[in-house]
Structure formats: C-alpha cells, structure tokens
Design a protein around this ligand. Structure first.
Ligand code: ADP
Ligand code: MG
Length: 629
C-alpha cells in the first residue's frame, strides 16, 4: 500500500488531481456545517447578482438563489451520485464478468450475448430509455448511469478472469478440493481487484458527466434541488446575459472530472506492474549505451572480442550490475562455452553483443565489443540491424516462444531470409527446404508447411537452428538451446551443432549451465559468476583441474555416468543479488577456502598456467603442481 502511494506521489499530475479531489470532497462533506445560505430559498428581488456582490460571493441565479450555496450542495449531490453509480456498476459488472469468465462455456455465452445486446445501443440513448421508463428523478438517473456502465465492467473483468481461470494455481486449488465459490473469492478476486479499481478510477469522471447530462436534460435531479447538471440546465437560458450562472457549475464539473481522470491515470500506472517496470513502454531498437570510462582496445585478430563489457539495469534508483566487466573472445570456427548458475549474467552478456538488451531498463555502461576489429557497441541501429542474423545469429532456449504460432515454419524461414535480401517466392521456398534439410529434418518438403505447434520440441529447436543459419552467419550465439529438451534429443541437437560447425566453419558461443554439454562441444570454456568471468581456459584443462573453487563446486553438481555412487553436492547458499554486490570476490560467502583478503578490493582475472586465467587469490592448484612441491 505504501509502495502504491509512493508511486502515485511520484506522478505530479496524479498527485495534483488527488489533492484537488480531496479538497472538493472535503468541502462537499463539510457543506452542511458551513455558514452558507439555504440553497433553495428564492429571492426574486436580487436575481442575477454578479459574482463578488454583497452577500453572494458567486452571485445569484435567475430566482435569486445564492450560487455558492447551490454549487456546494450541487457538487455534493453530483459526487455522491457519480461515485454510487460507479460502485454499483463496478460491483455488478465485475460479478457478471467473473461468473462468465470463470464458468465459461454456455454460461459465458448466454451472459456475454446479453451484455453484447446492451452494448449495441448508444449508451446515452440507453440511459434515456431507462429514465424514460422509470420516470425522471435523481435516483432513476443513478440507476440508468450504473446500468449502462455494467457491460463495460463485465467485458473487462471477464477477459481477465478467463486468463486467470486457466492458470495452474486455479487448477491446483480445484485439485485441493476447494469449492468454486471459495476459488472465486480466494484465487480469482484478489487478481481482478486491481483491474476493477483501475476501470473504476478511469470511469468515475465519465459517470459524473453522464449524470450531469441527464440532469441537464431535466431527467435527473428535480427542482428545486440542485446538482451540477441541473444548475447548468437552468442557467442555459441566461447563458448570454448572465454567463456566470453557467460558468460556476461548468467550471466545477471541469475541475472534478479533470482531477478524477488525472488521478485515475496515476492509479492505473501505479497499480499495473508491467507499466512500473517499463515493460509496456516501447523499448529502443538497440540497447542504450552510456560509456563513461576509456574504451578498451581490441587485441589480436579475434572474430568477436568482448572487452570489459558492463551492462546494467537501471530500475528506479536501483542499479543491477548484471554484467560487470566481461572479457571473452571467439576465433573463426571456434566453440566457446559460457557456463554459470542461473542469473549469473550469461544471457545479458550474449544479448549485449548485438545490442538486444531491452532499454529501458538496460544500459551498456562500459567496455567494447569488437567484431572483426570494429567496435559495435553504440553502432548506429542500421549497422546493428544489418549484422543481426547475417553476421551473428541467436538460438534461444524455447523455440515455441520464439516462433510465431500463426505462421508455418516455412513462411518464417523465408521471412528470416528476406529481411536481409530480396528473394522470390520459389527461391525462398527452395532455400527454406534446403535449410530444413541441413538441420536434418526428415521429409523437409512436407514439414515446411507445418505450424510450430505441430512439431516436437526437438524438431522445433532444429527449426530454430535453421532460422539462425538462414543468412549464413559467421557466429551463432546459442543461449541454453538444449535446456528445454530431454536428454536424448539434447544429444542429437549437440551433434547437429557440432556437425554444422565443422561443415560451415561456424564460430559458436554456447551458453549452458551443464558441464557435460561443454565437455562434448566446446574448445574453450568461460565460467561466469555474478556478472564476471571467474575462470577461463581450454575445456580439457579446466575439466581436469578446475582452479576456481566455484568451478570445482559447479562440476561436483554434475552426475557422472558410470562414476560410481557418490554424493551429489549442491553449492550452499545463493549467488549475491546483483544490485548489492559485495566487495572483493562475489563468491567468498559460499567458498570453503575464502580468507579475509578475498573480501576486499578488486580481484583480477590473472593468468594461471598456459592459456588459462582465473579470478581467485587462492586457486586450487593443479595435481601436478602439488606433486612437484
Ligand atoms: P542467466 O545467466 O541465467 O542467463 P541473465 O543474464 O538472464 O542470467 O540475468 C543476469 C542478471 O540480470 C540476473 O541477476 C537478473 O536478475 C538481472 N536482470 C535481468 N533482466 C533484468 C531486468 N530487466 N531488470 C533487472 N534485472 C535484470
Ligand atoms: Mg539465461
């Protein structure tokens, strides 16, 4: 709740709306206590007094009634009717929507067709018809306004409920034997209440206007009782001669509706978690770059060289150092593994290469990425776009999430090709079939017309690889491509990648959390922890003698086939949160050999024997060295 208020207060306009609304509501509540003249006493001797005249601050109307007093009482009435209508509409509408959405099927159909029928009428006509049937009067106007708004709430809430009713936690509640009524109250309702509040806060103003409209037409509050609409209606005939009688209630309506709408927008933004995290704001086409320090130079003639790369997420006043200075390189045709626990920054490193980290909140704050010797961090979007897919292609973990569900795999392959060069229909299709054959999809001529959901997980991942191969890239970055697959399919995909690499001279950056996979595929491996590389070197050397305590613990987590019975160790504790990284070694708290020295300063990635580097001041020594001592 307090977080909600802080968020709301940060939105200046919403805060302004809230303050104005509070003042108006407070005044309306206090009206009976204020020393005002009676609102309905006529005094024809002093008709149409201008504002600021003796005894009438806002003047008087055509019957000599005090406008200030009528305004206060009228505001009180209009607010009360508007809010009541909103509460009634929201309650009934939400109840209808929840029942329709939760039970679905025929119930849903009958209810929603009824709602559709109501929605088919222009709402003001419907309100007029209802008032005409019930007879004029403020109570009937309230009923009419509430009734015409019920469909809006019912539709909105039904949509949300349908989504929730199919969620696993609702299934779990059903399996636990909860009754429907209890599930609706404990599982569904808490999830739709924010939506109800949002819908209400954005429609209250509208309902006050509608009530005022009915009163203006003489169908709402009846003389002599004033509400804002009827005051406007009565002042109509004197609009030219005595404009103040219209301006006073008109301004009040404007102020109230503006305040409510500004506040409503603020409430929506503060309640919607997606808006909070900036996910609904349009991300920039490439990751934002704000490099402060000096830009590191390229060394050697690597195909891809990542130098001291730093990528952070700036969320409100927090800074998440997801990647904190990563050095890696990839030579043509080489396969490098990037390994680490979940959350260690592997994906963010990979996405930073082509500027694919979403901004906001992502920012590249330091370092460089050299592709064939050219720094591509902060390169113009057009440059990055022309390289994405054509020089560096990605394969992701879940192809079902990356393939479009409504297009055939053939169409998607052709699209991948045609985003970089013009291809005719026939040529594109032939190329797509060829790609499917390259990734060993049997019967490619027919499979090309399948939709993603018609394929198995392994086949889909092959399509994902075919997409990556579509434009003949030099580098493939594979982000846990086999994590979602079962072990036999995983082995097939790894074999395929390793064959493709040999056939086409591909360089592969292979991200995984599985040392077994690294051993099978990679020439070199880099171990990542809390956003930094902690150990790097040839795969064999590291597998035989891990130097960083983290590496050895990570390897101890992998079961070995034929390795006999042994206890599988889990690494105790959790990785540190990347917005609160400790001084010194980030692994110190979980390390069995950590000393005081490990907890201060910056621990460099030092050479460790030939072609290896390790970021540790007490590295585990290789068995051979130990023997020599
Ligand atoms: P993994 O190694 O599992 O691929 P990631 O690269 O996805 O890890 O994430 C690295 C770190 O960045 C994690 O600690 C994660 O919490 C953080 N992170 C990722 N995306 C965001 C984001 N949009 N906002 C804040 N933090 C993020
Ligand atoms: Mg990841």
């Amino acid at each position: 709740m307090s977080a909600f208020l802080t968020l709301l207060a940060r939105n200046r306009l919403a805060l302004g709306g809230l303050i104005v609304l509070c003042i108006v509501v407070l005044l309306a509540l206090l009206t009976p206590l204020l020393p005002l003249k009676p609102p309905n006493v006529t005094d024809t001797a002093s008709r149409f007094q201008p504002p600021f005249s003796e005894g009438a601050l806002l003047g008087t109307d055509h019957l000599g009634r005090d406008l200030l007093s009528r305004l206060m009482w009228g505001t009180r009435l209009s607010l009360a009717v508007g809010f009541s209508a909103a509460v009634i509409a929201a309650t009934l509408g939400a109840a209808i929507g929840i029942v329709a959405g939760y039970y679905g099927g025929r119930t849903d159909n009958v209810i929603m067709r009824g709602v559709d029928m109501l929605m088919a009428f222009p709402y003001i006509l419907l309100a007029l018809a209802i008032v005409a049937a019930l007879g004029p009067g403020l109570m009937n106007a309230l009923i009419a306004v509430a009734a015409v708004n019920i469909p809006f709430f019912a539709r909105n809430i039904r949509g949300i409920t349908v989504g929730i009713a199919n969620k696993e936690f609702v299934d779990a509640a059903k399996l636990a034997g909860m009754s429907d009524a209890k599930i609706i109250v404990t599982e569904v309702l808490p999830n739709v209440i924010p939506v109800i509040v949002i819908a209400m806060s954005t429609t209250v103003g509208w309902m006050i206007l509608e009530t005022a409209g009915l009163s203006f037409l003489g169908l709402g509050s009846q003389p002599p009782v004033a509400d804002l609409g009827s005051m406007l209606g009565e002042a109509r005939s004197a609009l030219i001669t005595n404009p103040h009688t219209s301006v006073v209630p008109g301004l009040m309506i404007l102020v109230i509706v503006m305040a409510i709408n500004l506040l409503g927008d603020g409430v929506r933004d503060a309640l919607d978690p997606r808006l909070k995290s900036g996910a609904l704001s349009r991300p920039m086409p490439a990751t934002m770059v704000r490099r402060e320090g000096p830009i590191p130079q390229a060394q050697g003639d690597d195909l891809l060289a990542i130098r001291e790369l730093e990528t952070q997420f700036h969320v409100k006043d927090r800074v998440y150092r997801a990647v904190g200075g990563v050095d890696m390189s990839l030579r043509p045709g080489e396969c490098v593994g990037l390994i680490g626990e979940s959350g260690s920054g592997k994906s963010v490193t990979a996405l930073s290469v082509m500027g694919l980290v979403a901004s906001p909140p992502g920012v590249i704050t330091g370092g460089a990425v050299y592709y064939e010797g050219r720094d591509i961090v902060g390169a113009p979007y057009e440059t990055l776009r022309s390289m994405r897919g054509r020089r560096v292609a990605y394969i992701f973990q879940d192809p079902l999430a990356t393939l479009h569900p409504l297009y055939t795999v053939g169409d998607q392959l052709i699209e991948a090709v045609s985003s970089h060069r013009r291809v005719g229909r026939e040529e594109g299709r032939a190329h797509a079939i060829d790609l499917l054959k390259q990734v060993r999809i049997p019967n490619a001529e027919n499979r090309i017309d399948s939709y993603p959901h018609e394929m198995s997980g392994g086949m889909r991942q092959r399509v994902g690889i075919a997409m990556a191969l579509a434009n003949d890239p030099e580098i493939i970055i594979a982000d846990e491509p086999t994590t979602a697959l079962d072990v036999t399919v995983q082995a097939q995909i790894l074999t395929l990648l390793s064959d493709l690499r040999r056939e086409r001279g591909l360089a592969i950056l292979f991200i995984t959390h599985d040392f077994g996979v690294v051993a099978q595929l990679c020439d070199r491996v880099a171990v990542m922890y809390a956003g930094r590389i902690v150990e790097e070197g040839p795969t064999d050397a590291i597998l035989n003698a891990p130097a960083h305590p983290y590496t050895s613990k990570l390897m101890a987590c992998v079961p070995e086939l034929g390795g006999g019975r042994r206890r599988l160790e889990a690494i105790p504790g959790l990785p540190p949160a990347v917005d609160r990284l400790p001084d010194g070694c980030a692994f110190a708290d979980r390390c069995h050999v950590a000393t005081e020295a490990c907890r201060t300063g910056d621990i460099p990635l030092d050479p460790h024997g030939p072609a290896r580097r390790v970021r540790c001041i007490n590295p585990v020594l290789a068995p051979k060295t130990e023997a020599a001592q």
